[in-house]
Ligand binder design. Sequence first.
Ligand code: ZN
Ligand code: ZN
Ligand code: FE
Length: 755
Amino acid sequence: MSVGSSYNQSVRILVQGIVQGVGFRPFVYRMAKQHHIKGTVCNTPAGVVIEAQGIRCASFINALRTNLPPRARIDSMSISDVPDSIQYDNFEILESFIGEGSVAIPLDCALCPACEAEMDDPLNRRYRYPFINCTDCGPRYTIIQIPPYDRVRTSMKHFTMCPECEAEYSDPNSRRYHAEPISCPQCGPKLKMIDNKANVIEGDPLDLAVKMLKEGKIIALKGLGGFHLMCDATSDAAVSELRRRKHRNAKPLAVMFRSLEDLETYTLISEDERNHIAGAIKPIVIVRAKQGTNISKYIAPTIDRLGVFLPYTPLHRLLFEHIDFPLVATSANVSDEPIIVRTDEIVSRLGNVVDAVLTHDRTIVNALDDSVVQIAQARVVMLRMGRGFAPRTFPLMKMLNESVLAVGAHQKSAIALGVKQNMVLSGHIGDLGSVEAEDYFDRTIQTFKRFYECEPTVIASDLHPNYSSTQYAVATKREHVTLQHHYAHILACMAEYTLNEKVLGFAFDGTGYGDDGTLWGGEVMIADTQGYTRIGFLKPFTLLGGDKAIKEPRRIALSLLFESYSLEEVLELNSPTTEAFLPHEIRTLHHMWLKKINAPLSSSMGRLFDAVASLGGFIQTLDYEGQGGMIMESFVDPSITEPFEFTLLNGVIDLSEMVKQIIVLTAKADVKRIIASRFIATVEAIMCRFANLHPELPIVIGGGVFQNHALMSRLYRGFDSNRFYAQQQTPINDGSIALGQLYYVIHNTKEKNER
Ligand code: ZN
Ligand code: ZN
Ligand code: FE
């Protein structure tokens, strides 16, 4: 392009770096006015996009580079000419849109620095105002009833703007120009404190909440996409009481810190982790915890990692004005059900868990959990997609001639919609199987149909006949496509990178329904968008006692021992697994194993992780899924790189040699560090073996096993980055199964039409 010329120009500028939530768009607006530039500026998932028209484009671009707001940073600027652009007659700040084309739903944003400064300023009319927001921050998706995004179609329609707010809203020079949720203490929502029976507690709601938290009480607090349960994270009494009331034994709880400085006294974080923690979205980031701090031992028992985040609403920030300790902030729900958004529901369903509720009268229309990410070798591994990231839109190369709904899996449910020229993946819904979850699942589908104005004619689901999502698909009586779970994992990654060629896929997962009706989860496949061939899998082992084995890894480990040793030998072994049983229990289970009584076969890598966790003496019975891998992770020493032995014969991955090697090791001494490290190295070695057999194919991974930080760090270090694809923008677990299902249907509808 040629920005130096003196005639009227139209350019599109994509700016990447720290440019969102730092007052960048208002800055662009001011610069545009100074340089007589017309056009628009808008946040997108790819960065800030500026459309600029005028004869001083070059000096405008130069001004953007040189006069940046203090907290902004430009990493890259790509500029392209737009010769047939429409003619603008002024310069406008557009809302933050996700995706392009006909559908555009803006995303929720954490409190921005400019609003933060205003709420700290005693002379500002929004001093200490819990609902301050602007075009760079505040609620979006969570308050929208129907697009387009205008105040009258949000839950803010119940609040009439006062003249001062109205003036800011209509002033193009104001940071709140068309900030739809704009309000102030005169005209906006109000806080309210109620007890667990819905009686209003008199007094200043914030003071009351602070006082109760200091007393070790448990409160529910209304956030952007739902309620949090909060208590003092340094109090063993408060945290163990929360666990007792919530019937949540050991599953880690997220912790919110007053400031980045506070957070760093409790954690060991990298530069990349810091950028994500303090960025414009403020997701929960799983990081390494420092040992010996005053954080309660009940927050994340037996693991050395901690889910941490910073205050992201003005209300959170006010709460921390008088609280100098970190707070547990976990989604308010019943076990793995969806997050609760209504005050009356908190009282009716969690009244026995909370002592009081700090709430307000701005309705949450669309529930959305906090996003959870971790960072491995500077790459994002998304564990839960929610606030700030969802719904996530991927533009398509072609226009779809019919709408497609993909209903995902069963756990970590999320749906995806193929509509017009977009694929849209929903945020985390929760585990299906309860009335509440299925109700939320259903509501999300209705919301998506309303938002994107479509009535899907094709429904894609998992192959598993008993998933309620599959049953939903059947009940619609629409054209129904079923897809094998692990193939869908690979397709989800391919969708994120728009891959359409043949790939070598590794789906390492908890469980999924296989084509042969057994439980899969350690699958190697050659796949493209048309289908897949399973070229490798873990040698199936038995889950002694079926579902019971999933909760008790010692049962899986025992079945692996039965594969390699006689019953008498097993009884003589000096192993943490056999020590976890009485001799007669081992005899009974051996009988079950021999006669194949309640002993389904599985090739799941997730279950193998659990079995190794038992064999290595890490854990024998689980409190939550994935616990075995998480405990082992804390023992991994990256300097130990020697894998265990395994054999590969006709694609069958046989790890019986590894089992024997672990038995020899454990008989000697406490060797957890060696076992955990060598096991992770073994998983990598298995992948390398296949990768070397197919050097021409890109490597694609997917499945819950890759949530393991130690494994992902190794893979990012070990594999050539030009060849290795792992999801970064969508969940690497079942949260993106719907995207994979959708990607398949989109690539196969054309042939269907030709048939
Ligand atoms: Zn703001
Ligand atoms: Zn007002
Ligand atoms: Fe899965």
